[in-house]
Design a protein around this ligand. Sequence first.
Ligand code: ATP
Ligand code: MG
Length: 139
Amino acid sequence: MKGNITFTMIKPDATGKNLTGKILSMITEAGFTIRALKMTRLSKEQAEGFYAVHKDKPFFNDLVKFMTSGPVVAAILEKENAVESFRALIGATNPANAAEGTIRKLYASSVQENAVHGSDSDENAQIEASYFFSNLERF
Ligand code: ATP
Ligand code: MG
């Protein structure tokens, strides 16, 4: 059965362009309910931990530098089939390949500075949500 929770971050490129409100609005207009929300800045260690699966990739150091370059807005979102539905809303990793109307097509500027994160599985959604939010911060 598909889970109803996903985790997102509005990345430093998008918070830096003052796009937080527009992106949150697209998310709720698409039928997601915000169950947790915070603005924070990742430490190097937190960014490395979050993207640990990519630690052997050539872009890892740049990715960590980018993700710590400014604040992010982290959120837990609820909707039926949340992970797949949210990945459809954000579009492909590289905005050049993202479908019209998706968040990345509208707001990402490159494969690295791609505006938003979305969990890639139900299991990772739970892990990522717990990485950022305590039970007292989840509604
Ligand atoms: P995210 O996990 O942030 O939602 P994604 O699942 O679409 O993105 P991943 O393959 O998990 O893509 O890559 C994680 C992040 O690493 C990307 O969002 C992007 O910021 C960066 N990244 C991925 N591929 C590249 C690349 N070839 N060059 C530079 N940065 C990259
Ligand atoms: Mg990913």
